[in-house]
Design a protein around this ligand. Structure first.
Ligand code: MG
Length: 396
């Protein structure tokens, strides 16, 4: 079956507004409403670049818009994938990837990925190129599952578990506990320039959260690249008494030596990273140097399901878990996490305000929601999403 078309699309489906009013606003964290997106990124070193909503860091504004890619076969069957920063990747998909793949066998996903990867070599084969490749690859898996009438997790090797265990990323611990979650990841609101006073404030927040969730719950802190090695060691040392399951992405992704140094300096605080690493070679270096305890590729940023399978194999061979970024909140993440033995947890990013059922804020029709911290993945063909052709118009 040949590929007939590859299109960049935006979702225009009208989702009903939540009918349940929020019970209370987001709790304040570090002096701001506790959105997990308030984590300082490296650019927030500069005080004129404010955190929260990523504005006025202009390039980040595009992150909030999801771009969908539809791959259609010659019989009219189609699959859907998605990624972010579509304003940057659209031209690359339309002018580079589509002419390369149209007319080829849509079932030969490994070959199609190798074609893309080889053709990207002069363009960097990471970064935005990985983000362009990913939704095309994800759409190919969705299409193949639909053509064969099986869920993508069957194509990937079949389920390793009946349902997904999740952890929740949130600042609203009370609401998350009420929903039945038992593993919690909270944000970080400090960076290097906040110094000792910042570490004191972060420790207070982690201590209060540990008190709330109890001694047996998994608790994690998500930094998002805001530290350097020296500051990360100081923070990790300070947080040791709170028995973190991991400290996430404290350093910039290129600093593999720094990751190894941090892991060696504070071995009792597991180190997780990977959502900003792109492609097999970045992970090969990270894993090969034993610079990390848990790898966290983002399937829709790092090249897609096919590339994440290669990353997973590297990590599995090194005895490491692969807990994909937002794995519980995206269809490709759910199918991947259900399949792979060393994907023991799926992240669920809690977007619903307190009291509002998760289904009322979901924007992925057909995607299974967590119930008491567990997700039963759809067994519908492909990725199990329930999109209609009229849900999409050309991306602009
Ligand atoms: Mg993260």
């Amino acid at each position: 079956m040949k590929i007939k078309s590859i299109e960049c699309l935006k979702l225009v489906r009208a989702f009903p507004a939540p009918s349940t009013p929020p019970r209370h606003p987001l709790p304040m964290v570090g002096g701001k409403p506790g959105r997990t997106r308030n984590n300082p990124h490296p650019i927030h070193r500069y005080p004129d670049i404010l955190t929260g909503a990523f504005v006025p860091n202009p390039g980040e504004a595009f992150f909030t818009r999801t771009m969908f890619v539809r791959v259609t076969a010659e019989d009219g069957s189609w699959g859907i994938g998605s990624s972010h920063w579509g304003e940057y990747t659209k031209a690359f998909i339309e002018q580079h990837i589509a002419p390369l793949l149209i007319g080829r066998d849509c079932m030969a996903i490994e070959h199609l990925n190798d074609l893309m990867w080889r053709s990207f070599q002069r363009l960097g084969h990471t970064g935005l190129v990985s983000m362009a490749q990913a939704p095309v690859d994800i759409a190919l898996w969705d299409l193949k599952g639909k053509l064969l009438g099986v869920p993508v997790y069957t194509l990937l090797g079949g389920p390793s578990r009946p349902e997904l265990d999740t952890y929740v990323t949130t600042s609203d611990i009370d609401w998350a506990m009420e929903l039945g979650f038992t593993r919690f990841k909270i944000g970080n609101f400090i960076q290097l320039t906040d110094g000792t006073a910042g570490i004191n404030r972060l420790e207070d927040y982690v201590a209060q959260t540990r008190e709330k969730v109890g001694p047996d719950a998994d608790l994690m802190v998500n930094v998002v690249m805001g530290y350097n090695v020296e500051f990360a060691i100081r923070v990790a040392e300070r947080l040791r008494p709170y028995n973190l399951a991991w400290l996430e992405e404290p350093l910039m992704p290129w600093d593999h030596e720094g990751h190894a140094q941090l892991k060696h300096a504070v071995p009792t605080v597991p180190l997780a990273t990977g959502e900003t690493h792109r492609g097999r070679h970045a992970f090969a270096e990270l894993i090969g140097r034993r610079a990390v305890d848990i790898v966290q590729p983002d399937i829709s940023w790092t090249g897609g399901l096919s590339e994440t399978l290669k990353i997973y194999a590297l990590a599995e061979a090194a005895g490491l878990q692969t807990l994909v970024h937002v794995g519980g909140g995206r269809p490709e993440g759910q199918h991947f996490s259900l399949t792979m033995p060393e994907c023991t947890l799926a992240e669920y990013n809690l977007r619903s305000p307190a009291g509002v059922p998760l289904e009322e804020v979901s924007r992925v029709p057909g995607l299974a929601m967590p119930v008491n911290g567990k997700i039963r993945v759809s067994d519908a063909p492909g990725l199990g999403t329930d999109y209609h052709p009229d849900d999409f118009v050309p991306f602009d």
